[in-house]
Design a protein around this ligand. Structure first.
Ligand code: ACM
Length: 705
């Protein structure tokens, strides 16, 4: 049974008065147990959907999900939709423990009646109709869509509607009309830097389907690895992958798996830079003599293809023909980013080529290379895509530019008549909070002043999971749940911007994504247990729950060892969540105190957290004695302890209504400044809230006698 807090208004008024938060509060908290009353079952809560649909109206009542639940399909026969319905039923059974799975479950008079007008192409394409309408009443549900794709999206919405109620599992009565805002909603997975096994790709495709993403951009070659089997040039994978590559049969399986979920798979083969792994087997492609080895470090490196040799284009022609046959998607990504030009500067033949052909600089040389590659890509029926460095007016207008260096390059591209997608702002490898990504809109910034015609050429966006700092074990936790919030940005109306609502719904979606075997939540505990060497992880979890890995590109310089692709990823910075929800909750609680609007129970919760933080070094010591992986972070535990003590002292001043002395404030602020400068790859996410408490204690009006 769901319970809600109700307490009399005079208590509420009283506890909102700042200063009146002393011991009497504890009595109130005990008293509040007397006012626990069950919520009215008739009350309809807005369902926690992510992405939010274009339009949603709540009805009254609910549709029970019980063992008699069935689905009916009408419209043209559609094997893919039938498979989707079977997966839907499996998922529904997993969520509710009910629902039969035999073929009879999909028959004529279903509680959920699905009706499509037409069958979508087996392999999804950009710009197909993905709309649907879903109407749920207490008698049944109707899902209508122009094609397979909309019906599949509607099934995902239905799964998100299912909830446990006092009467059992049910879907609230709703009327939803839905369609995406952008046709290109992607996740880029970098299998080049760290190889990602097939089960990682599959479970992430499941996650993408759940939040209505429709493009897997697969980054398949890097300095650190070439990851696809080429039958034409087998030394690419034989010598450039450490044996970690996908066979062509495996690639075809993944493409089919993705297509079944309405997801396109676009390959990226980065060229002419980011290509050392190609040169291990084929050094003649490079602009300097070999031999080459697979790169183990991170960064931008000198090796680049030789754009002046006809043999390079002959190779690429054969290679692209092979890959264009393997990947059915219309778009073919050639990378094109971060060519430092050093090998070109150091090669006398290339320098002579520049003079002979009157080529001004390396950027122009790369533009010539792109023009040649574009012709090859086009010859094999594909449209070329590249990072924003490829943007040059001499390329045909049907290429797509992927903006990563800022929103300006996207606006520039579409002004020049190109199409583009936005990734700047969606770099999930940089460990930024969900809110910062959520604030970025493909049509904001420089794009906001474009004409409607120009804005139409902004096709959407992609999050990018660059893989320097992820292993198959922790990668899901860097993708999810933040990618669900970004998916909402790509799908839902531009007016959907409420950050608190996003966080609430993202947390709910995060739990649902667990049911797809994504490991973003489960790997955390597994990794903490391994670090401690036992199940007794309470103390380490207290520290880990409030720690965040340093943001942006600063992690490498704070690494205690030179990080390489062979470094273990088993330390606390690899395990902790990108965004500490404990810190977010704590900050919301301390805001209540600082604003003088404290709710019942807040101070007790704050104090209990602060005490645990203060005592963390003592609690953690036994594990630190056993494990070097824990010991490494004892200094961080001591910092957390200092924050806990400062917070407790600040609360004491606030409770007494006594302004904290100047020298106390100076001392605390100095301590906070010291802790702010990260000395490990972790930072304490509760620090800003503690600082607010300290400042509130020091800035209280002096007590009037
Ligand atoms: C990139 O992040 N180098 C595209």
């Amino acid at each position: 049974m769901r319970l809600r807090f109700h307490y009399p208004a005079q208590f509420a008024a009283r506890i909102e008065r700042q200063g009146d938060i002393n011991m009497r509060l504890t009595v109130l908290i005990l008293l509040c147990g007397l006012f626990l009353v069950p919520a009215s079952p008739a009350q309809q809560e807005t369902p926690s959907l992510m992405p939010l649909p274009a339009s949603l109206q709540m009805g009254s009542g609910q549709l029970a999900i019980d063992p008699s639940f069935t689905v009916s399909l009408s419209g043209p026969p559609d094997a893919r939709l039938e498979r989707a319905v079977h997966r839907f039923l499996e998922q529904l059974r997993r969520q509710t423990g009910m629902v039969a799975l035999d073929m009879k479950t999909v028959h004529e008079a279903g509680e959920l009646a699905i009706q499509i007008d037409g069958v979508a192409r087996e392999i999804p394409e950009l710009g197909e109709d993905e709309s649907y309408s879903l109407i749920v009443t207490s008698n049944g549900a109707t899902l209508r869509a122009p094609t397979t794709l909309g019906a599949m999206h509607g099934l995902q919405t239905f799964l998100q509607l299912v909830r446990i109620t006092p009467q059992g599992f049910a879907t609230p009565a709703v009327s939803i009309q839905d369609k995406p805002r952008f046709p290109w909603r992607g996740l880029m997975i970098d299998s080049g830097r760290h190889f990602m096994p097939l089960d990682m790709i599959r479970r992430n495709l499941d996650g993408m389907e759940a939040v209505k993403l429709n493009v897997l951009h697969w980054h398949l070659s890097e300095n650190q690895g070439f990851r696809v089997e080429s039958k034409k040039f087998p030394k690419l994978q034989e010598m450039g992958s450490d044996g970690l590559f996908y066979t062509q049969a495996e690639i075809r399986d993944i493409i089919a798996y993705a297509a079944d979920r309405g997801i396109r798979v676009m390959p990226e083969f980065d060229m002419p830079g980011h290509s050392t792994a190609w040169f291990v087997g084929y050094p003649e492609l490079a602009s300097a003599p070999g031999p080459y080895e697979i790169e183990r470090h991170w960064g931008v490196f000198d090796p680049a293809m030789d754009p002046t040799k006809e043999s390079t284009y002959k190779f690429l022609d054969t290679f692209i023909a092979e890959m264009a046959g393997l990947f059915p998607d219309k778009y073919f990504h050639i990378g094109g980013d971060e060519v430092n030009g050093k090998q070109w500067d150091g090669n006398p033949q290339i320098q002579q080529f520049l003079r002979t052909h009157n080529i001004k600089d390396n950027a122009d040389l790369q533009a010539q290379f792109n023009t040649r590659v574009q012709k090859i890509v086009s010859k094999y029926g594909k449209l070329m895509m590249g990072w924003d460095e490829i943007l040059r007016p001499d390329l045909p207008k049907n290429i797509v530019v992927q903006s990563w260096r800022g929103q300006e390059s996207l606006a520039d591209a579409v002004k020049q008549g190109y199409s583009g997608i936005l990734s700047s702002g969606y770099y999930i490898d940089l460990m930024q909070p969900a809110a910062s990504h959520y604030a970025v809109d493909p049509l904001s910034g420089a794009a906001a002043s474009l004409s409607p015609e120009e804005q139409k050429r902004i096709l959407g966006g992609e999050t990018t999971m660059w893989a320097e700092w992820v292993s198959p074990e922790n990668v899901d936790s860097r993708i999810w749940p933040r990618t669900a919030a970004i998916a909402e940005r790509f799908w839902s109306p531009q007016s959907v911007t409420d950050v608190d609502s996003m966080y609430e719904r993202m947390e709910v979606e995060s739990r649902r994504l667990d049911w797809l075997d994504l490991t973003h939540n489960s790997s955390y505990l597994v990794m903490l247990r391994r670090m401690v060497g036992s199940d007794d992880i309470a103390a380490l979890k207290t520290l880990a729950d409030v720690s965040e890995t340093v943001k942006g590109y600063s992690r490498e310089e704070l690494s205690p060892f030179p990080p390489t692709s062979l470094s273990p990823m088993n330390r606390l910075p690899d395990a902790v969540r990108v965004e500490s929800m404990t810190a977010r909750q704590f900050s919301l609680l301390t805001d209540q105190i600082v604003s003088g609007k404290m709710k019942l129970g807040t101070e007790v919760r704050i104090r209990s957290l602060l005490l645990r933080w203060r005592d963390n070094p003592i609690d953690l010591e036994p594990a630190a004695m056993r494990s070097s992986l824990v010991k490494e972070f004892m200094p961080l535990a001591h910092d957390l302890s200092a924050l806990g003590s400062a917070g407790l002292q600040a609360l004491d001043y606030l409770d007494r209504g006594e302004r904290a002395p100047e020298d106390w404030k100076t001392e605390q602020l100095a301590m906070l400044e010291k802790i702010k400068k990260p000395t490990s790859q972790l930072e304490l996410a509760v620090l800003p809230a503690i600082q607010k408490l300290v400042e509130a204690a020091a800035n209280q009006p002096p007590v009037t006698p």
